[in-house]
Write a protein that binds this ligand. Structure first.
Ligand code: ATP
Length: 202
């Protein structure tokens, strides 16, 4: 899967719809301080399902919506759309029917976030799993924010292991295992309750 285009609308400093074509090979983003380079990376992380406002350098998720400037009023929503080239059919089932996948995330003030995949409503979890299976995603170590290298050098071995898991392409499995464990715990609780009821009836 290859990202081929990203479109930002009302996202942080990108108030007007802005399209970026991502060609094969290495892409560099250059510009003066404060022009929005980090915002662009954050948009990429956000559309892949990031839900920690701190990872977006904000206090709340709505802080990603254009907050207004001297000459422009604030916006009511922010939207990021990511086009993925899926001609190699590496997307997981449910996403793998088409050559192109368009993932759209939109946040509206006082409403929250909604996701679409090729114009179909999907859950945040579906989008997160799509990218986790593709060894990328909002928490991918491939997205390196400012100050992260020194954080990594000082990181505990457990946190470093996450990077190896990502490289091995097992992050999606890890998340599924966590969900299976939660389900198992729920089932165990239900069994205990059933035992209690049987005891009462006996
Ligand atoms: P540097 O090279 O200094 O790291 P940068 O190019 O990475 O800069 P960013 O940090 O991406 O720049 O962009 C910062 C700009 O984005 C600031 O001018 C800030 O005011 C603006 N900005 C951030 N959030 C919003 C928002 N919600 N609404 C409007 N503007 C915003």
């Amino acid at each position: 899967m290859h990202f081929s285009r990203i479109r930002l609308t009302g996202f942080k400093s990108f108030v007007d719809p802005t399209d970026l074509i991502i060609h094969d090979g290495l892409t560099g983003v250059v510009g003066p301080n404060g022009c929005g380079k980090s915002n662009l990376l954050e948009a990429l992380r956000w559309v892949m399902g990031e839900n920690r406002p701190t990872a977006m350098r904000g206090g709340g998720m709505e802080d990603v919506i254009f907050a207004g400037a001297a000459t422009r009023p604030a916006r009511n929503f922010a939207e990021v759309s990511l086009h993925i080239d899926n001609r190699n059919r590496l997307a997981p089932p449910g996403f793998n029917d088409e050559d192109q996948i368009e993932i759209v995330r939109r946040i509206t003030r006082d409403v929250g976030s909604a996701y679409k995949a090729n114009a179909r409503d999907v859950r945040a979890r579906d989008v997160q799993m799509l990218f986790a299976d593709a060894s990328t995603g909002a928490h991918s170590p491939a997205l390196v924010r400012q100050g992260q290298i020194s954080e990594l050098i000082n990181a505990k071995p457990k946190n470093r292991r996450r990077i190896l898991e990502e490289a091995a392409g097992i992050s999606g499995l890890y998340q599924r295992r966590h969900e299976a464990e939660l389900k198992l715990k729920g089932a165990e609780q239900n069994l205990l309750r059933v035992d209690d009821v049987i005891e009462q009836l006996a």
